[in-house]
Write a protein that binds this ligand. Structure first.
Ligand SMILES: Cc1cc2nc3c(=O)[nH]c(=O)nc-3n(C[C@H](O)[C@H](O)[C@H](O)COP(=O)(O)O)c2cc1C
Length: 384
């Protein structure tokens, strides 16, 4: 008799032949492991597993920077974007490079106190200021895992780690068939859906569904407005005016998030429209080549809007040290994109949990070694 382990719900099954689905949560066979072969115990085990499943798309390199020597970027001409960045990948690279260019000031005198990494995000207590970013479409990457299992892995894994996952939107999601909203409903709203900037009417339907699922917030990725694949599949996306954004903010009782802000002018429009969370992001460098890195634009936007809105940042954040840097530059919280996709593909919700906990642990160490005791007190002084 073989013991099988579901990485999405931690359920163990005893049977000879490999299960087609988890008998507890129905997760696909791809998320079920033979216990005799070992269960991932750390983020590196998870990455090893992801590397195999994402062969040809992403090699889960120790340095995920969108450089030409990486499989996601080097053969990109005329091919789907996969895990890479738009064009020559400069925006993707700038995200990583701009964080690498920053230096932390080590501080080792003073009281010996344990850093408190927790934050309050829209009234939700998070164990650390790190969330799973909105991503979607993973089912189409090497058939890595069914989309619904992917959504579940991010939502559950983040929750188990003491944080919250955001969910994305893509061309094969519709209001009628929406893996993210289905999972959010099943998980009692334990995540935040970010919709593509679809027509106002469709967005209102989706927002109503998010409210009914019990989600704590809802939003749109404004930088999804250039997606041609959405229109190709009969789901057009649009640039949104100040009036459109205000209309959506007023439409919902939930805090509203706009993601994909890289310019102070856009940030001001959103803040004036009543948006609660401004998510500084260039979509991991996937929507426009040659933008600065997120860490380059964050200080200007944060210095003008800090306190008026909640600010999140994502793009190139790979370590707990990067998290500290983004917070030092003015972010209230940080999101992980590609790393969370790899973690879910590698080992479902267990993979996401292991990865999140690891980044949280290193962030705590980074706070300790720079003399920070609470997240709120972190300023640009930790940089040198
Ligand atoms: C494969 C893939 C799919 C993504 N899908 C979405 C999405 O549906 N909605 C969204 O707002 N952002 C999406 N993003 C962008 C992420 O939310 C995030 O902004 C970005 O990945 C952060 O950069 P990082 O990957 O370097 O951490 C996607 C990113 C990747 C790599």
């Amino acid at each position: 008799m073989t013991t099988w382990y579901c990485t999405n719900c931690n359920y163990k099954m005893e049977q000879d032949e490999s299960p087609e689905n988890c008998s507890n949560c129905l997760a696909h066979a791809k998320l079920i492991l033979n216990m005799a072969e070992g269960i991932p115990a750390n983020p590196e085990d998870v990455r090893d597993s992801a590397r195999k499943k994402l062969k040809g798309l992403c090699a889960a390199y120790p340095l995920c920077d969108g450089n030409f020597d990486k499989v996601c970027q080097k053969e990109a001409y005329g091919k789907p974007i996969g895990f890479g960045g738009a064009g020559q990948g400069t925006s993707f690279k700038n995200n990583v490079q701009s964080l690498m260019n920053l230096r932390l000031k080590m501080r080792v005198t003073g009281e010996h106190t344990e850093p408190d990494t927790s934050i309050d995000f829209l009234g939700i207590k998070l164990d650390f200021p790190i969330m799973g970013s909105s991503t979607a479409g993973i089912e189409k990457y090497n058939d890595a895992m069914p989309e619904k299992d992917f959504c579940r892995a991010v939502i559950r894994g983040c929750k188990e780690a003491g944080t919250i996952g955001w969910r994305g939107d893509t061309w094969f999601y519709t209001p009628e068939n929406n893996p993210a909203l289905e999972v959010l409903k099943e998980e009692k709203g334990a995540g935040i859906p970010i919709f593509k900037p679809r027509s106002q009417d469709v967005l209102k339907r989706l927002i109503n569904m998010a409210e009914a699922a019990g989600c704590p917030a809802v939003g749109i990725d404004l930088d999804g407005c250039g997606s041609t694949i959405m229109a190709k599949h009969g789901q057009p996306v649009f640039r949104k005016s100040a009036k459109d954004i205000k209309e959506l903010v007023k439409f919902t009782t939930l805090p509203f998030i706009t993601k994909g802000i890289m310019a102070i002018e856009d940030a001001e429009v959103c803040a004036e429209a009543g948006v609660k969370v401004i998510s500084i992001s260039n979509h991991g460098g996937r929507v426009l080549d040659s933008t600065p890195g997120v860490a380059e634009v964050l200080p200007e936007i944060a210095s003008s809007l800090k306190g008026r809105v909640v600010i999140t940042a994502d793009g190139g954040v790979r370590t707990g040290y990067d998290v500290l840097k983004m917070i030092a530059l003015g972010a209230d919280a940080v999101l992980l994109g590609r790393d969370i996709i790899r973690a879910s593909v590698g080992a479902g919700s267990l993979g996401v949990q292991l990865h999140m906990e690891h980044i949280g642990k290193v962030f705590k160490k980074a706070m300790f070694m720079t003399g920070q005791t609470t997240v709120n007190e972190i300023t640009g002084n930790v940089l040198c």
